[in-house]
Design a protein around this ligand. Sequence first.
Ligand code: AHM
Ligand code: MG
Length: 335
Amino acid sequence: MPKPNQTLGEFIIENQSDFPGSSGELSRLINSLRLAAKVVNHEVNKAGLVDIIGAYGETNIQGEDQQKLDVYANNKFIQTLTNREIVCGIASEENDDFIQIEGHKGDHQNKYVVLMDPLDGSSNIDVNVSVGTIFSIYKRVTPVGTPVQSEDFLQPGNKQVAAGYIIYGTSTMLVYTTGHGVNGFTLNPALGSWYLSHPDMKFPEEGQIYSINEGNYVHFPQGVKDYIKYCQQEEGNRPYTSRYIGSMVSDIHRNMIKGGIFMYPKSSKNSSGKLRLLYECNPMAFLTEQAGGKASDGFQRIMDIQPTELHQRAPFFCGSRKMVEKAEEFMAKAE
Ligand code: AHM
Ligand code: MG
């Protein structure tokens, strides 16, 4: 049972049994992520002070402009995990292909792969709105001792051993799960320590917030249009409140605490929506389910989708269980 005021380091030691196999590899991996997160946090906080904001002049493989801090965060997480020889492979939203990490002995001995979106919502940096890092961890499926292959990364979300996000917000938090509930730690920037501030986080079963980019309304499928109208009707605890930051980590973090649904559906412009299954949907789905919520593509459980491509996208409905179920009802009815 988590104790308040515990540091993340203490929490990891006390909850070793939450780490499958308990060889210490996964806890060292989480330790490396929290270290890189502190460095990235420092840089994100400086964004308004130094000339680090603005497009970097590169375009990522999704055809979007990269911001300088995306590149910085991507490099920092990759460097930290590579230098500490803690994983055998990394896939990042910002890289075309996955990276094989052989280790200094060249023997490919590590067993975990990390998939990440190093700085989600980075278009918000210029306007001082919260951004986040999302990570997802799997055990490799190819034999230890050989270089990682694409099948090590193309695993369904239900095979994740851990996932989490860092939210660089009014305060910086690290929220993660190893499949034994969700715990949130807040960074004390003066001390550089993460404190257990949100033990055993739970999505309320039912909420009153819906989060969706309604500017795309005309392009949405009929089921989504009908559900939005339902959210706006005056009946019972409705109309709901609409809240959309455009930074998924922040939108879902708020909904997890207050109760709500986040949606990024497909549209007539984009047949699979926008969000990436491996870097964004799966880790947020694992956290959501571990917090008692539900995550689907409108019809089926996100974590049961078998990925076929690293940068594959998926429609995403995620949040309080009853709200997601209601949205799915509307989707099925409109089929
Ligand atoms: P990014 O990975 O390029 O930052 O895009 C993901 C972000 C999410 O954080 C957010 O929910 C979504 O894009 C917002 O998109 P839109 O502006 O289309 O509503
Ligand atoms: Mg993203």
